[in-house]
Structures are given as structure tokens and as C-alpha cells.
Design a protein around this ligand. Sequence first.
Ligand code: NAD
Length: 435
Amino acid sequence: MKSSPQVTVIGAGYVGLVTATLLAEAGIKTHILDLASPKIKTIKRGRAPFFEPGLDELVAKTIKNNRLLATTSYRQAVPSSEIIFCCVGTPDKKDGSSNLGYVHKALRTAAGLAADGVVFVQKSTVPAGTGQSLIKTINKMAPGLQFSYVSNPEFLREGSAITDSRHPDRVVLGGDSPAAIRRVAGLYRLITKPGAKYLQTSLESAELIKVTANAFLALKISFANSIAKLAGQTGADIKSVMDGVGLDKRIGRAFLNAGRGYGGGCFPKDVAGLIAAAAQSGADMTIMESVVKVNNSMPNYVVKRLSDQLGAKTGQLVAVLGLSFKAGTSDSRRSPAVAISNLLADCGYRVTTYDPKAVIANRQLKTAVKRLPNLPAALKGVAAVVVATDWPEFVNLDWSNVKGQMAGDLVLDAMNCLDDAAVTKAGLRYTGIGR
Ligand code: NAD
């Protein structure tokens, strides 16, 4: 590999912008390319267009030293780039299958401008088999172009994306060109800390590794939630149960936390995509259909727990703390916290909400749900508090202080993230999920 290849990263979202800034920080001249000009304008000003811890600083630093070049122009970025990362969205369609339109469009446009020897690297999450069809698309768009294609699925988590990228559990590289894989691995060695594991596979295996990993994590969450519903009936405490289960080295404790279910821009659509791909190829995927069914039931389960304790009297005021799909991110795509707020409004409660960072799209919240600018405003006079996202500022609340602001005394811990003893000590009634 030459010492400083020019790289283009297509898609300035969570995956693309983090990848691009880390490469730029490592000294690689990196174009960050997105068709959304407001995003590119923000990046050019040295800011990240969304909240991700540490990202503003990285963008500012790499824009200032001219290593990160933000553009909406393929023509400006692609011809001089030796390696092109594709990090555009792959949302699900109505039938659950993956919408690969953005990926095809991005690579078609890039192929028409790329120079011989270019390596296309797919970081977007795509169903197994997509790479082969993209290779055909590129060949059709740019007959005669000499290129390689590598599948390099991304595993970072929003909220810890930069740390995850520097300390990945593994870097997966799939494809049939060892030389191209070596070049991409060479770039990764510049940004990952020593000791990172590199796994080389076929194209299809790399694609399926990503979807399978997300499906398994979703499965663990729904499994914990299924057991939590039973624990709630039997008097067992799901936290102790999973602590005991997780101590078994064959099982492990991670992702066995019961709560209001998973959401966000990845798990729901990746699981839907896996189910749709299985249906297309005739493989049985009832196991993941059950995972979805359990997950979809959780916001209703939370609301039922609340109404069982609060009584059905309509018009009572309830505060929902948290709207993002998890702590550490402004992302509220398919957030169960949003679903809970809306369901409470449907049940006739008056709902106030507060979230320190969540970006909420128009019409995502029903008009009966009032988003307030700070915690005291959201808590004032409420009969109950539902903690729906595990932001540290909610986990570490002074519950005596909270009690002073509430009219009632019910705290529903929909993430099982609170110290139940501290809540009870403040004279409040604590309820969790499966506790
Ligand atoms: P995102 O929605 O935050 O960003 C995608 C960006 O691509 C947008 O800014 C959009 O404007 C841009 N875009 C779309 N079409 C384009 C085109 N033709 N040319 C240039 N730009 C274009 O998406 P994300 O969360 O970063 O996810 C990207 C991919 O990575 C998805 O496949 C996702 O499943 C996968 N992934 C995401 C995460 C995560 O935590 N967000 C983690 C691992 C993998």
C-alpha cells in the first residue's frame, strides 16, 4: 500500500463520519461525501451533524488540518481515491426486506468516476449475496474498470462509536482479492489499537456475519424479556436471575438485561431483513419472528404495568424520561421510549417527556405528548415517572428531590437501570420489568 492513499467515504452518518474522521486523524486524506448538503455544510464548519461523544472534536480537528474534506460532489472526491467506503443507509422496506437502492445508487455513481485499481469497501449492512449483485452493477456501469470489492461490515455502537472503532472486537474482511483485503487491513491498522483481531472470509460470509451478530443480540434481549415476564409473575427478580445465568461462561451476562425492548436504526431493520431474506430462500426463521413479536409487545407491557398500578383514571400526568433509543445518542429511530410516550397518550394519560439529546422528527410524538426543555419542568406535578432511556442523569437522580416535585409516588423503571433501594428509600414506589 502507498503511504497515503486518498480515501472517499460515502455517507456522512454514524458509520461514515466516524470512519472518515478516524482515517483523517491517522493522516489519510479523506473525502467525506454526502448528498445531504446541510450535513456537509455543518461538517465543513467543523461540527458533527448529530450527537456522538467525541465526534465534534474529531471533526473540528481534521477539518482544521485539512485531512478531512467534506463534499457533496462525487466528481471532486472519487477520481483521486484509491479506496472508496460505502456507508449509506440500508433501511427496511414495508415488507421487511432491505432497501438496497441507496447502496446501488452510491456505487453506480462512484463506479462511473473511479480510476483503475480502486477498491470498493462495503460497510453498510446488507443481506448475503448483495456484494455479488453490486459487482455486476459496477461492471455494467463502468465496463473495463479494474476494481476489487471487499465486504467490511461495521460493528460500532452509537454512543461509543469512536472507542468501538479504535478497539473493535474484530475487523471482518470478506472478498476474493487478497491484495485488496491487505490494503483495507492496512488502513484499519492505522486506526485500531494493537491486538485487534482480523477475520478474512468470503464475501457472503462477511455479509451474513453482521446480520447474524445483530440478530443474536436482539434474540438475547427478547429472551431476557420473555423470562422477565415470567419472573414478574413468580416473585423472582430478573436481574438476579440473569446475574446467576450470566456467570456461566458458556452464556455470559451481556445483553441479558430485561427492559422496554430494543430499537434504533439497526436491530429492528436488520432482524426484519434477515427474516425477509430467509423467506426468499425458503429457510425457516420462526425463531427471529418470535424475537420480533416479543420485542413489539414490550412498550405495551410497560404501559400495562403502569396502568395496573396507577389505575385507569384518565387525565393523570405521567413523565417519560428519555426519548432516544438508548443513552449516549441523539438517535430516536424506532425508539421504544417514543412508543411508550405515545401509547400512554392513547390510554388517556397526559404525558410530559424530557431527553437531553434526542432529535425527534415531526409527528413522531403525538400532540398529547409534551416535550419539555428540562427535567424539573417534566417532573412537575406528575403522578408517575417512567424511566425509558438509561441516560446517566436519570440513573443518578436524587430521588428525594424528585419526590418533592411529583404529585404521586410511582417510579416505573422500564430499563431496569435504577437503584431500586434508593428510589424506595426516598418514599417512592419502585416497579421494574420482571422485578
Ligand atoms: P445514517 O442514516 O446515519 O447515514 C447514512 C448517510 O448516507 C446519510 O447521511 C445519507 O444522506 C447518506 N446517503 C444516502 N444515499 C447517498 C448517496 N447515494 N450518496 C451519498 N450519500 C448518501 O446511517 P448509519 O447509521 O451511518 O448506517 C449506515 C449503514 O451502516 C447502514 O447499513 C447501517 O445498518 C449500518 N450500521 C449502522 C450502525 C449504527 O450504529 N448506526 C452500526 C453498524 C452498521
